[in-house]
Design a binder for this molecule. Structure first.
Ligand SMILES: Cc1cc2nc3c(=O)[nH]c(=O)nc-3n(C[C@H](O)[C@H](O)[C@H](O)COP(=O)(O)OP(=O)(O)OC[C@H]3O[C@@H](n4cnc5c(N)ncnc54)[C@H](O)[C@@H]3O)c2cc1C
Length: 241
């Protein structure tokens, strides 16, 4: 994970009102250093030469409206245009952001919260811990591919945090799915989960079909797709209250 701080007068007026919101980050296309702005053709954003731009979705981890600085925490997963760009980025390199997209509305009256995610969800889970009422019981399950991926999370007096290391032979999300199967989900609890799209799909099926958790009490979202570039945004596995 690397923290990128984006800054510039263009961020004036940017606000993030809710946790687990999103922004779209535009970085130079692979093989170039130049940031070319795409245009909307009514269906999708395209570059002037007709190619798809390198646009990916991230969590606006922290925004400082005085300094006009926006932090993004980006997983370095060893491939991918945004991850590779973030790994090599130098001060002064150009990128663009748009957003923010809708965040998550906390239910202060929930009996408890269960927060589940992989490394891509750590920024959002941190924000959710900041936003949940102090007395709320919160069970947190985070899957990491390597023990070094564990990061300090904001203190929350009601939170119990479990880190689950993904065995080398396992599919992304396997440890997250197993954690949800074992989790105590009391009546009246709310579940928030995000991570690899197929894994969160399995989580939805478990919650809805095996546990009978009401969809209205869950927000389960695909953040990326194993073996496919782009993010999972809006394509599947998005239920919210
Ligand atoms: C609402 C929302 C919020 C998000 N917030 C964050 C965030 O704060 N931080 C963050 O790092 N990501 C976040 N993501 C996920 C991020 O958008 C994807 O991981 C995205 O695919 C990364 O783009 P890339 O260019 O690096 O890889 P891509 O070019 O999209 O993918 C290239 C290859 O890498 C694989 N890949 C992509 N992501 C991962 C991964 N994490 N681990 C292993 N393999 C991967 C793909 O399956 C593909 O095979 C968020 C997604 C959504 C929808």
């Amino acid at each position: 994970m690397v923290r990128l701080t984006l800054a510039g007068p263009e961020l004036a007026g940017f606000t993030v009102d809710e946790p687990a919101a999103s922004v779209r980050l535009l970085v130079p296309s692979p093989g170039t250093d130049e940031l070319v702005m795409p245009t909307w053709n009514g269906n999708e954003f395209l570059l002037p030469d007709g190619r798809r731009p390198a646009l990916r979705t991230f969590t606006p981890r922290r925004f400082d409206p005085e300094a006009l600085q926006l932090d993004l925490d980006i997983v370095l997963h060893g491939g991918g245009v945004a991850s590779s760009w973030a790994a090599a980025a130098q001060p002064g390199d150009a990128a663009a952001v748009s957003g923010p997209g809708r965040g998550y509305t906390v239910d202060p009256d929930a009996a408890a919260y269960v927060l589940v995610g992989d490394e891509t969800a750590i920024p959002a889970i941190g924000q959710l811990l900041d936003a949940l009422p102090p007395g709320m019981p919160v069970e947190v399950h985070i899957e990491v591919a390597h023990p070094d991926a564990r990061l300090p999370l904001p203190e929350h007096e009601g939170a119990a945090v479990a880190w689950h290391e993904l065995p080398a032979s396992a599919l992304p999300g396997d440890a997250m799915v197993a954690a949800v199967r074992d989790a105590d989900i009391p009546d009246g609890a709310r579940v928030w989960a995000a991570g690899e799209a197929a894994a969160v799909h399995r989580i939805r099926r478990h919650l809805f079909e095996e546990r009978g958790v009401a969809r209205s009490r869950t927000s389960v979202r695909g953040y990326w797709k194993h073996g496919r570039a782009g993010d999972g945004d809006g394509e599947s596995d998005s239920d919210s209250d």
